[in-house]
Design a protein around this ligand. Structure first.
Ligand SMILES: CC(C)(COP(=O)(O)OP(=O)(O)OC[C@H]1O[C@@H](n2cnc3c(N)ncnc32)[C@H](O)[C@@H]1OP(=O)(O)O)[C@@H](O)C(=O)NCCC(=O)NCCS
Length: 428
């Protein structure tokens, strides 16, 4: 890694709320603008002070192809600010952060904002291919007869809207079905998944109660009326009881499955943003960073194997690049798509056999200490607005390192397409 260190100067997110809830009338772009504007105000940034904005949305609106540029144009940043959009499924905010960090490392930027927004209340609804062909054909028709004729082959069923699929194009399996496959192949029990989910909610509720999220979660005054004020994540179960999880029916394999609404991440709306600067710029401005990016790595697996099992392949590379071991980590933040995936990732990281079969010559990082894992809750409890989650993890990890006087944290994120990201952050 470059010797030019990248400082995470500040981080902010909206509350993460269940889709169809208080942000149902908003778009990903609006949520992104809200969080970026507030971050700029809190950090007392002048519009020209940000060199670049890198931002993502996993399921973009059909009307906003380049969310990053639109945020620049509508959030108070100088209109000359460079911007580009990225997408790496659930690791999108990590990709945004590392892209921005690369610019800073190379000296192309001194400061950047990176993050992501997701509004699953506002997903693009497509039309069927026959209807789409007919509409395009009609637009080219020169007479009314020709325009109407384009619809001749369209059948009743072609009029049905087509929602975006949370399915892998190559396998046809949804994320949930892929999670079930991992649970079965890795022998992850329903009980273990429920215990992890309960812990995610318990830790998240305790963190909220202790005021740990106060500085990193803003209040959203929901436009256009601004009469609804959303202050907290609304998925966290304040009264989580382990016994209630076992009663929930499996959703992705109703007969033999183990994944339920209780041990899966829920469909969520929200946005997040990180302010990054070169260490020199942060120092020159007298800013005290939350911490620094130490190293990162990406890996990929065949989606037809175990879709969400790439983080264990990325983690040892990021650790080696940082010159550190898993045992030296004070915290581990692992994105929780499903409890079954977290437990599969944890199991793999402790298995030398896993590495001998897939990354010959790599030592297994070892056991993840449960006392260091997602200590303030994870995506199951906090929610998972796909493109926003990675930045949430970065700010939460750095704030927690500060509270407990720790130095290093490992973050891992699994993602559709068989991707995995791993990041090591450090406090000083
Ligand atoms: C799993 C999933 C289908 C559940 O969706 P849902 O049915 O809308 O979920 P809900 O939150 O409404 O929960 C269903 C019920 O279980 C209950 N429930 C959920 N967790 C519970 C718990 N811990 N204890 C008791 N009850 C619980 C809810 O209260 C709700 O009850 P109700 O029907 O009486 O209102 C959906 O969240 C999903 O698709 N998640 C995966 C998303 C995904 O693939 N992400 C990509 C991963 S990166």
């Amino acid at each position: 890694m470059s010797t030019r260190r990248v400082a995470v100067v500040a981080g902010l997110r909206t509350p993460f709320v269940k889709s169809g809830g208080p942000f149902a009338e908003l778009s990903g772009l609006e949520l992104g603008c809200i969080v970026v504007s507030e971050l700029m105000q809190r950090a007392e940034l002048r519009p020209t002070e940000v060199d670049e904005l890198v931002y993502g949305q996993v399921i973009p609106s059909a009307l906003t192809a380049n969310i990053a540029r639109e945020i620049v144009l509508t959030s108070g940043l100088d209109r000359r600010t460079r911007a580009h959009s990225v997408s790496l499924a659930c690791a999108t905010a990590i990709q945004a952060m590392t892209n921005a960090a690369q610019s800073i490392m190379l000296g192309f930027s001194e400061s950047a904002i990176a993050g992501g927004a997701e509004c699953l209340s506002d997903v693009p609804i497509a039309v069927s291919r026959p209807l789409a062909r007919a509409i395009v054909g009609a637009s080219k028709g020169r007479s009314l007869k020709a325009k109407l004729g384009a619809f001749a082959g369209v059948k009743g069923r072609d009029l049905l809207p087509v929602p975006p699929a949370l399915a892998e194009p190559t396998t046809g399996l949804t994320m949930g079905e892929s999670g079930e496959k991992m649970a079965k192949e890795n022998g992850i029990s329903r009980e273990a998944q429920d215990v992890l989910a309960h812990r995610s909610h318990t830790n998240a509720a305790a963190a909220w109660a202790a005021g740990k999220y106060a500085d990193e979660v803003m209040t959203v005054h929901v436009p256009p009326k601004f009469s609804t004020h959303v202050k907290e994540d609304n998925i966290v179960r304040k009264d989580s009881e382990l016994a209630s999880y076992g009663k929930l029916p499996p959703v992705f394999d109703r007969k033999y499955g183990t994944i339920t609404a209780g041990n899966a991440s829920p469909l969520t709306d929200g946005a997040s943003a990180l302010l990054l600067m070169s260490e020199e710029r942060a120092k020159a401005e007298g800013r005290t960073p939350l911490g620094f990016l130490k190293s990162y790595a990406y890996a990929a697996v065949d989606p037809a194997w175990q879709l969400l099992q790439a983080p264990p392949l990325a983690a040892p590379i990021a650790l080696a690049r940082a010159g550190l071991s898993l045992a030296e980590m004070d915290l581990v933040e692992m994105h929780e798509a499903f409890a079954a995936q977290v437990l599969s990732n944890v199991q793999a990281m402790a298995s030398q056999k896993f590495y001998d079969e897939r990354m010959l010559g790599t030592r297994a990082p070892g056991e993840v200490d449960p006392e260091k894992l997602n200590v303030n809750g994870g995506s199951i409890a906090l929610g998972h607005p796909f493109a926003a989650t990675g930045a949430r993890m970065v700010m939460t990890a750095l704030n927690e390192l500060k509270r407990r006087g720790g130095q290093f944290a490992l973050l891992t994120v699994c993602a559709a397409g068989g991707f995995g990201a791993a990041v090591v952050v450090e406090r000083n």
